[in-house]
Design a protein around this ligand. Structure first.
Ligand SMILES: NC(=O)C1=CN([C@@H]2O[C@H](COP(=O)(O)OP(=O)(O)OC[C@H]3O[C@@H](n4cnc5c(N)ncnc54)[C@H](O)[C@@H]3O)[C@@H](O)[C@H]2O)C=CC1
Ligand SMILES: O=C(CO)[C@H](O)[C@H](O)COP(=O)(O)O
Length: 298
């Protein structure tokens, strides 16, 4: 099969490598020329622009978008649109909001597959987990590509109609936030607790047979190995948050309680600011009890 790949960053590059390794052809484009040159070195055909990529694919185009969610997806689709027909298939493998994917699927002439992708850059060797929404025929048509990009045939499946792939990935990310929070709290208690523990050793022991073993726990083990049990100079600041916000918003709209995911999201936001509410509580204790006010250092 011949696949066009647009977006050759951390994830798109892996899509290209795995599809080439499975014996397919790739035509590749990115606004970053160095990224295009890098995949050309690995055997992909470089394209100068999105229209150039579309032209090189001929009829029955199969195209994988791996650009940041939001405007870059619409920008790439706007450029592709004039050349797309109902026999073409476009896959969006990024973290798009499921409602954007539904809108895009309705707007395009091509068959549109929204593909939640999990596994991160480690997927280069292992392959990704792919959660795909959209027309069944288009999913079946792309199975050889999904087999190559995923861990194998069990690493991908069609979740349902348009939007369902990105919906499942949104919830996946909410679960990811809650698991990170749970491991974080457990290790914080061990770090502040009664024993002087080697947290890498704890994580390694848990990863070998414990009920709570997981890839995230393996990443905890790696973090303690590389940064030390006290995490060295790693800051108390967590970025990201869009997919977790979408999960919580959806849960609120559907009146589904997700307290763990919501708490994990709140902790992230709290990590990014000096908390006004805590400062006020500090001052109020003086108001009602004449307790000493802790003051900021100049
Ligand atoms: N990094 C990760 O662990 C994961 C990322 N994702 C999602 O995959 C998507 C891509 O993520 P990354 O590869 O990490 O991002 P990245 O920032 O490493 O790469 C994005 C690439 O898209 C290119 N690009 C941006 N606009 C473009 C346009 N209009 N036309 C052509 N190329 C364009 C950029 O130059 C860049 O090379 C995002 O939606 C992200 O949320 C999903 C799962 C895991
Ligand atoms: O989808 C992912 C992992 O599954 C990406 O790493 C995503 O960026 C994580 O979300 P956030 O940036 O909000 O932490």
């Amino acid at each position: 099969m011949q696949l066009g790949v647009i977006g050759l960053g951390r994830m798109g590059q892996i899509v290209v490598e795995r599809v080439l390794a499975a014996g397919h052809e790739v035509v590749a484009f990115d606004i970053d020329e160095a990224a295009v040159a890098s995949v050309a070195d690995e055997g992909a055909t470089p394209a100068d622009s999105i229209p150039d990529l579309a032209e090189r694919l001929g009829s029955e185009k199969r195209i994988w978008l791996m650009v940041p969610a939001g405007d870059p997806v619409d920008a790439a689709l706007d450029e592709l649109e004039p050349g797309l027909s109902e026999t073409d298939v476009v896959v969006d493998g990024g973290n798009s909001h499921f409602e954007d994917s539904t809108r895009r699927a309705e707007a395009t002439d091509a068959a549109y597959l929204d593909c939640g992708t999990s596994g991160g850059p480690a997927g280069a060797e292992l392959g990704f987990s792919l959660m795909i929404g959209g027309p069944e025929w288009a999913y079946e048509e792309l199975v050889p590509v999904f087999d190559a990009v995923a861990t194998g045939p069990d690493g991908h499946d069609r979740m349902g109609p348009a939007g369902s792939g990105h919906y499942v990935k949104m919830v996946h990310n909410g679960v990811e936030y809650a698991l990170m929070q749970a491991y974080g709290e457990g290790f914080e208690l061990l770090h502040e607790g009664r024993y002087d523990l080697d947290l890498e050793a704890v994580a390694r022991t848990w990863n070998n047979g414990a009920v709570i073993r997981s890839w995230l726990l393996e990443l905890c083990e790696e973090a303690f190995r590389e940064e030390g049990s006290d995490l060295g100079d790693v800051a108390d600041h967590v970025a990201g948050g869009s997919t977790g916000t979408w999960t919580v918003r959806e849960a609120l709209e559907r009146e589904v309680p997700v307290p763990l995911i919501q708490q994990a999201l709140t902790e992230r936001f709290a990590s990014r600011r000096d908390r006004f509410s805590r400062r006020l509580a500090n001052r109020l204790r003086y108001g009602f009890g004449r307790h000493e006010v802790a003051r900021r250092e100049e």
